[in-house]
Design a protein around this ligand. Sequence first.
Ligand code: PRX
Length: 653
Amino acid sequence: MSGTTEAHGLTNPEGGFPPPAEFTAQANVGEEAYERAAADRVGFWEDAARRLDWTQEWDQALDWSNPPFAKWFAGGKLNVAVNCVDRHVDAGHGEQVAYHWVGEPGDTRTITYAQLKDEVCRAANALTELGVQSGDRVAIYLPMIPEAVVSMLACARIGAVHMVVFGGFSPDALASRITDAGAKVVITADGGYRRGAPSALKPNVDEALTKTEGVRSVLVVKRTEQEVEWTEGRDLWWHDVVGGQSTEHQADSFDAEHPLYIMYTSGTTAKPKGILHTSGGYLTQVSYTHWATFDIKPDTDVFWTAADVGWVTGHSYIVYGPLANRTTSVMYEGTPDTPHQGRWWEIVQEYGVTVLYTAPTTIRTFMKWGEDVPAGFDLSSLRLLGSVGEPINPEAWLWYHKIIGGGRCPVMDTWWQTETGAHMVTPLPGVTTLKPGSAQRPFPGIAASVVDEEGKPIEAGATGYLVLTEPWPAMLRTIWGDDDRYKDTYWSRYGAGVYFAGDGAKLDEDGDIWLLGRVDDVMNVSGHRISTTEVESALVSHPTVAEAAVVGATDPTTGQGIVAFVILRGDAEDSGEELVKTLRQHVRKEIGPIASPRQIMVVAELPKTRSGKIMRRLLRDIAENRELGDVSTLTDSSVMDLISSKLPGAKED
Ligand code: PRX
């Protein structure tokens, strides 16, 4: 860790940080929400659902007759895009800014709700003209430009299911997702700007489409003006096809359980899971949590989720939550240090950002760059801060609170997942006395518990597994095309009604929850979920590698770093640095740059249990330079000596 609490002169007061008086007085949601939800959980969510416009009221708020397959607000009808855009325009807010968009090179676009409505209608007409119908899947592979939001909403408007793939994924990863989802249309761009340079996307789509069938049309947004290869009859420019459409579009309503989107996320096997979210319950919970956790005041707040729309955080808190609440948001295309390390703070100052939501890994990076950087900007507009993606260590929390928030902004540490769709465990700004490092309390209407191996609730002070014991509106409905995997992965460990989140947690004396990280073979690198098995299978697909084991080792900046141990094939030569470079490149090609190992060590053996399972715990000890833990279950404990003896040859960047 670069900065200790002491080094920054930060203190963690005994008893925590009480809610500031102005929040207690004016917060959207107070203590009574917990009471109301405890008395009538489903009724509480029905009230939240009534914040939206429905063209038909639901018959049944929750149908849990066939767990773990939930239905929320069944029989109710709504249009998600109309709720996010049209209803605000119809209510006279068309001139309000929906997005202050900032391109990395410094170009900007201001998009009002009225303009957003026109663009979404045009894109909806264009998709319809391309033959996209309700229920069809559309892949979106775009940089952080407004067309990403427009594309998502256009799909929602016509009932098509979007499947956004983060621009940092490789052609292979894109292809396998397109195949699994059965997408017909891909929306992409020539490229986007990252780290001061145009970064091409279209070539990745071209390559992906050599590996999957079924895509008829590729819509291409012109962003960087890079040269692109063109497949006649398949590729179409966005400005030609969308630009010429009418801004009139009659939106149908869809059932509350109509699929809204698929988002792939890493599981414990090599095959990513297509998490399916539906319409009414999802929009209810993302909009309500956004309004409650961040205390959003639509007339005055300028909200910024500094994440990519390619992840669930972007879906829920750049697009659906903020728009449903008629929020003015900032959207930034690029990296935080381009062209200088104060870029974010310049944006906060320029747009008067009031609420900022980001990941601990970024906060730790800012700590490393030093407090002089933010000190050069006026951050006095900020009134609330949020954190998501991984446990936030108290040092980073305190630094964020003091250096960015000037000591006046409550910090909301929000625990949730792609699968949960929306905040699940978080403080509330007008209610909670904050404890740095703890996500604290289940959100009103959420039933979370920490249990032991047998599923029994643990005592205060103990550690166990986080589970969710009642269904919630924004929960995933299944894994796309694989109901069995859905049941096995989440609902089998403790019985059909209990959701296993895959996170370890501790309960303190007050009953507050402290998240401890994943307990399965999933790593969390810079807030991105990557499966150890996925990286292992990428490594063994290289001709030089016979076997691979991957662990997530603690990393002061990224939370975890990927460390790989590989055994070479008999005829392969260990060419040192050269080999490590080749393997790293191979993983980038197979999965994407986010999965590139921080360290690759060539070893002669891997530690295995008698049943043949790789003992990742021991490898983690090595990767973190710790004394080795218990080796008694190893088939051959001399293996560890063998590995350690190979370590002088360990390769690092
Ligand atoms: O391990 C938890 C961690 O991120 C995982 C979910 O990752 P993903 O589906 O990619 O969604 C990230 C954005 C919601 C969780 O299983 N995680 C997320 N938020 C927190 C967290 N761990 C601790 N504290 C958090 N606030």
